[in-house]
Design a protein around this ligand. Structure first.
Ligand SMILES: [Fe+2]
Length: 170
């Protein structure tokens, strides 16, 4: 069994990861409407990754004989305009998720829950990568997005992303 507060935070994080998947599918749908299928592909794969994160959290709770509790998943409330705003919202969201992971880590640290800290190490690293990726996308769009030819090439690049399963197994 895990610490009660740690368990509650992990359960909450399951919901947040599913929300992230929902948010990124919302971005993906938006880019389909913009005719940018490469960007749509990139966010669809991003959504798959977020679902994987939720599944890992659930598995971890279950491996420790804890109950997985589901809450309603919020409706994505961000307003999207142009081609840049989803990327900016994506970066903001990843920074927020990093803060959530750090909060769980801090709680695990407080109660000397070394097992959860080790489990979360992967997520801490993952969040660093997610923030870098999101920030790179914002920079690329700011640099090249206003030129149609460059935007086309950027869309091709985003369309080449393929899904790969998470490197963490439990
Ligand atoms: Fe995630």
């Amino acid at each position: 069994m895990l610490n009660e507060k740690v368990t509650k935070l992990l359960n909450n994080q399951v919901n947040k990861e599913f929300y992230s998947a929902y948010l990124y599918l919302y971005f993906s749908n938006y880019y389909v409407e913009q005719g940018l299928n490469g960007f749509a592909n990139w966010y669809q794969i991003q959504a798959q990754e977020e679902r994987d994160h939720a599944m890992l959290m659930m598995q971890y709770l279950q491996n420790n004989d804890e109950t997985v509790t589901f809450e309603a998943i919020d409706k994505p409330s961000v307003e999207l305009t142009g081609n840049l705003s989803p990327l900016k919202e994506g970066l903001k969201h990843e920074q927020y998720v990093t803060s959530l992971i750090h909060t769980i880590y801090a709680q695990a640290y407080e109660v000397k829950d070394f097992r959860t800290m080790q489990f979360l190490d992967w997520f801490v690293k993952e969040q660093g990568e997610e923030e870098t990726n999101a920030s790179d996308l914002v920079k690329k769009m700011e640099l090249f997005g206003s030129d149609p030819k460059s935007l086309y090439m950027l869309d091709q690049e985003m369309g080449a992303r393929v899904y790969s399963a998470p490197s963490l197994t439990l």
